[in-house]
Ligand binder design. Structure first.
Ligand code: GUN
Length: 292
């Protein structure tokens, strides 16, 4: 039976460490880390995510600023707001919650954030540094997965890792991080995506699977070999009338079928999600210390 990789508990341990560090910073009269988040529009899921990020800041003693704008703001207006945060010396880190309305270019927005405040790690120069294994901000979800693999001492060297999904935010950086010459890393990585004809042919030989394609319960029991480590990044809201909210959060892995075959598996919720949130705090701390 699989060991559950408990992201909730692991993230809580990280948050406690960060909170201790903030207490020390306060005692020494040093600057308190400050995260700013920009939310454009009224998407329910995005609002939930950003609200969590702000609450996490409060919990560890960081300062936070939430800037909310209507979906019909112009791209130029948003870029001006980013410039203002860039120029605000009290703010260490800035995130612009994605997705953005279609008329706003994600590329322009992520490139406008000062690389030293880009705690999402989305700026092209930070992505480049990550590819070259230079110190930088690693995007929160891949960073959280790396931390979880470390925490559970998952052996990655020489393993075949299959990443499903090639998004800029998760799949692509994950495939790069796991192939780097370090721990966790040194994997032989296969990056599968929507144009891969037979994904199961790859996952069946995988020692580690990172499912990040956003299709609920895509990874079935017969697609996984015995003893695999399975990381489920999916978190889709699926209608569920039995829940007060009207939906349940469903991962990309058919948990009941897959978990009996695994050595380790992340649950949804309570796996990668909390680690993503903790990683944003770690990046904000790094930004405030001017380490990156
Ligand atoms: N939307 C989904 N994931 C993320 C994330 O990690 N950062 C931002 N800014 N937006 C997101």
């Amino acid at each position: 039976m699989a060991i559950l990789m408990d992201g909730k508990q692991t993230a809580e341990a990280i948050r406690l460490q960060i909170a201790d560090e903030v207490v020390e910073l306060k005692e020494k009269g040093k600057k308190i880390p400050h995260l700013a988040a920009i939310l454009v529009g009224h998407d329910g899921a995005s609002l939930t995510y950003v609200t969590h990020k702000v609450k996490d800041c409060e919990q560890v003693g960081f300062k936070s600023t939430l800037l909310r704008f209507d979906a019909d703001i112009t791209e130029d207006f948003l870029l001006d707001q980013i410039d203002k945060v860039n120029d605000n010396h009290d703010i260490d880190g800035l995130i612009v919650q994605l997705p953005l309305p279609e008329h706003i270019s994600v590329e322009k927005v992520t490139s406008r954030i000062l690389p030293q405040k880009d705690v999402d790690g989305f700026h092209p120069s930070n992505v480049g540094k990550m590819v070259k294994s230079q110190p930088t901000f690693i995007s929160a979800t891949p960073f959280g997965i790396v931390k979880l693999l470390e925490h559970y001492k998952i052996d990655t060297k020489g393993k075949h890792c299959v990443v499903i999904g090639r998004s800029d935010i998760v799949g692509t950086p994950m495939s790069i991080l796991l192939s780097r010459k370090t721990y966790p890393g040194d994997c032989t990585v296969t990056l599968c995506h929507s144009r891969t004809p037979d994904i199961a042919a790859f996952t069946r030989s995988a020692d580690i699977i990172v499912a990040a394609l956003g299709i609920p319960e895509f990874l079935k029991g017969d697609m996984v070999k015995e003893g695999a480590v399975v990381i489920d990044v999916g978190i889709t809201r699926v209608p569920d009338s039995s829940k007060k909210s009207g939906y349940s959060l469903t991962g990309d892995v058919k948990f009941d079928e897959v978990s009996p075959k695994c050595s380790y598996i992340t649950p949804v919720p309570g796996g990668v999600g909390p680690m993503t949130r903790a990683s944003l705090l770690l990046n904000t701390l790094l930004a405030s210390k001017k380490i990156v």
